[in-house]
Design a protein around this ligand. Sequence first.
Ligand SMILES: Cc1cc2nc3c(=O)[nH]c(=O)nc-3n(C[C@H](O)[C@H](O)[C@H](O)COP(=O)(O)OP(=O)(O)OC[C@H]3O[C@@H](n4cnc5c(N)ncnc54)[C@H](O)[C@@H]3O)c2cc1C
Length: 413
Amino acid sequence: MKVVVIGNGIIGVCTAAWLQRDGHEVIFVDPLPPGEACSFGNAGSLSPSACLPVGMPGMWKKVPGWLRDPLGPLTVRWGYLPKVLPWLLRFLHHSQPAEVRRIATALRGLLEPIFECYEPLLQHANVESLVRRTGCLYVYSGPEAAKQWQWGMDLRRSLGVELRDVGQEELETLEPDLKGRFRFGILAPENGSTLDPSALVKGLHAQCERDGARSVRRRVVAFECNNQSVSGVTLDDGETLECDGVVIAGGAWSAYLTRQLGLRIPLETQRGYHVTVESNNLALKHTVMAVEHNLMVNPMAQGLRLAGSVEFAGLEAPPDYRRADVLLQHGKAMFPHLDTSATTRWMGHRPCLPDSLPVIGRVPKIENAWCAFGHGHVGMCGGASTGREVARLVAGKASEIDLKPFAPERFAG
Ligand SMILES: Cc1cc2nc3c(=O)[nH]c(=O)nc-3n(C[C@H](O)[C@H](O)[C@H](O)COP(=O)(O)OP(=O)(O)OC[C@H]3O[C@@H](n4cnc5c(N)ncnc54)[C@H](O)[C@@H]3O)c2cc1C
């Protein structure tokens, strides 16, 4: 079958790689080179533990703060508030305890097999060295502070995530660079990360091309349909590419595409930022999550990456790099000896649904169009398992995990 994969971020590329394993012919369509949109500058964490949704119980109490502090960890730009308000109300609805348990169970299903699903792709593309499994340390100012997040940690544990409490002395032995700043930690030993998310996407994409995939540097603007079936995609230069099937993996821009196939999806973007400290002089071995600042720290090929922040301002507004500067301030407070003489900043668009779950499944009433987008904060984590599941759907095979929570039609009505 000739399948057009729209989008060559981590999700599109992993999906293409799994489709090729089933013998399908792949055509990538994307105006950008691989791994240059949201998959470029993320924190690169590959965490089977990252199964909690963004919206957690009690979050509604924080809403006034989101509006008051433009540089807080989560903010809504005033001008964007009327547009995003219905989405935020849905988001708060999904932050109730029973919903959070349901969502975490679904996400755990997708994230538990992270490494099992990446492994064959990494090996085949000879990019195994870009991924390491060195564990993640969640760090807190003290055990009292950690209590605030205990409900979520207990939920993770109840879903089989391995987590181990770590006192100050052990924390400082594990990561001497954290000395004196944190008195309590939780180690997730099964977690891993990539040294360079963009290089990982590029490496997998290059292997897809070596295996026969074609890449077309254009934007898809419409679909050609015959009855209930897609027969081709129309590009922004007017050309039509014929195909036997299509996978929509356009990240934060995907809702425009599904709408044309009769499917409305409440896709929003949670814009995130990074600072990469190229002059990094630390010797961190783990990824470190500073929970109180919602800051992920990962020692990467380019330097020490400090990433996080959630900003609701849509797809068009220019970046507000003061938010990246705040991440750097937190980084300096965490590591007073960090050499910050050379840094770069970046903003990316996370594709997000109000229930923090991606959309994985066939477009209703269209027999050969599949959705694979909306992975929010965990697209790197969920890329390979999503690809495996989409390939199984295309082949008409039973899924390996429960896909019902990810159904494209779940927002209808
Ligand atoms: C600051 C930050 C930190 C993060 N940290 C992590 C982390 O540690 N771990 C993790 O798992 N995730 C993390 N994420 C989330 C992760 O980066 C995303 O979930 C993931 O990159 C989404 O991948 P994607 O392939 O869906 O989208 P993208 O990488 O954005 O790719 C989508 C592609 O689709 C193309 N496209 C869109 N519309 C069209 C069209 N009409 N025609 C053709 N092409 C189209 C775009 O050009 C783009 O190249 C982070 C995100 C941010 C912002």
